[in-house]
Design a protein around this ligand. Structure first.
Ligand SMILES: *Cc1c(COP(=O)(O)O)cnc(C)c1O
Length: 394
């Protein structure tokens, strides 16, 4: 029956396991281990554990299992493995499936830590990585070879919000037998149809929209039962990147309200982007939901909405951008996204500070660029706050 549930129902009920007490809210099993009834029983569990039999929290835990089953149901994946952070998910998914001599193709515009994993860590272990401009299908086609094991990209890039065509890249990758791994954070599980569109593995930093209230770090790797249980699980459970039960409980409760939150945030982001378009203090407003975004047609087809993040390129470079940030009264300066609170970030001096200037410019990270993750505040208050802060620049 639960297979036919709509996302809203799955987000509230899928994966629920009740103890003998019949609790309404999911239990937090804050236990590192589990007691066996006998020596024989312990031996049996280590040979093969059943669905509801656990050994050690690094291997699995009832609260974590509930979160894995709920997010898998929501995303339309066969299975999921929950991790300690989004980066444990990205690095775990890639490292668990790759070995020395393998070839990977990745888009160049990546979250800083993802870039570090691909550029510095994987290559240190003998994996060859080719970077492409993710929006240029000809570059993907030229780079993917018959010995390419995986392609990796963020479906919407951070912070410049370029949209990558999942269906088209997946077609190119599958023609050469490569797996498609997508970091889908900016798309969110609410707007994602990544598996339908050809993804083999979808990764989320649960820290972002899944928690959505800035409380905990977490991540999840979604894919086929075979990939999750035979490739990811052995790697994650032995290297230590599993999600804690308390975090899993936070994420479970986050999933219940995620659809409401993310849809409201995306609607406000659209409203703010529309209200600010053409403002005299701005070079441009970048938001995939706007008609003038070069990939508006693609984002409508792929997600049906522009997401919860926009970017403002402030005229006057770093000095003007800093004045703008410091003048905001509601939006806070931080570096999370997907939060209930509106958060502004200056990528050039924070999240992407490490990159050489030429690389920043080639990625569109100009000195005036401000990333804004739109929260749940009243949209008209946010617009008024942004307007007064832009006015204060001069
Ligand atoms: C935040 C983020 C990550 C890393 O997630 P953490 O939970 O902070 O480890 C990876 N990819 C993208 C696109 C992100 O925004």
């Amino acid at each position: 029956m639960s297979n036919t549930w709509k996302p809203g129902t799955k987000a509230v009920h899928s994966g629920t396991r009740r103890s003998q007490y019949g609790e309404v809210s999911e239990s937090i099993f804050l236990t590192q281990g589990f007691v066996y009834e006998s020596a024989e029983h312990a031996e049996q569990r280590f040979i093969a554990s059943g669905e509801d039999e656990f050994i050690y929290a690094r291997y699995g835990n009832p609260t974590v299992k509930m979160f894995e089953e709920r997010i898998a149901a929501l995303e339309g994946a066969e299975d999921a493995f929950a991790t300690a952070s989004g980066m444990a998910a990205v690095s775990g998914a890639l490292t668990s499936m790759l070995k020395a001599g393998d070839h990977v193709v990745s888009s160049r515009a990546l979250f800083g830590s993802c870039l570090y994993v691909l550029e510095d860590i994987l290559t240190r272990y003998g994996v060859e990585v080719t970077f492409v401009d993710g929006t240029d299908l000809a570059q993907w086609e030229a780079a993917i070879r018959s010995d390419t094991k995986a392609v990796f990209f963020e479906s919407i890039s951070n912070p410049t919000l370029e949209v990558i065509d999942i269906e088209a890249v997946a077609k190119l990758a599958h023609a050469k037998g490569a797996l498609v791994l997508i970091d889908n954070v900016f798309a969110t599980p609410v707007f994602s149809r990544a598996f339908e569109q050809g993804a083999d593995v979808v990764i989320y930093s649960a820290t972002k929209h899944i928690d959505g209230q800035g409380r905990a770090l977490g991540g999840v790797i979604l894919g086929s039962k075979e990939f999750i249980r035979k490739t990811v699980e052995p790697y994650m459970k032995h290297t230590g990147g599993s999600m804690s039960p308390f975090t899993a409980w936070i994420m479970l409760k986050g999933l219940e309200t995620m659809g409401l939150r993310v849809r409201a945030q995306a609607a406000s982001a659209m409203g703010i982007a529309s209200a600010l378009a053409g403002h005299s203090a701005l070079e441009q407003v970048i938001y995939p939901g706007l008609d003038n975004h070069p990939q508006n047609e693609l984002i409508q087809r792929q997600m049906g909405a522009g997401g919860t993040v926009l970017a403002l390129d402030v005229k006057g470079g770093k000095e003007a951008a800093f004045k703008f940030l410091n003048a905001l009264e509601i939006a806070i300066i931080s570096n999370n996204l997907g939060d209930a609170k509106t958060i502004v970030t200056h990528p050039a001096t924070t999240t992407h500070q490490r990159l050489p200037d030429a690389q920043k410019i080639s990625l569109g990270i100009t000195p005036g660029l401000v990333r804004m993750s739109v929260g749940l505040e009243d949209e008209s208050d946010l617009i008024a706050d942004i307007r007064q802060a832009l006015d204060s620049i001069n």
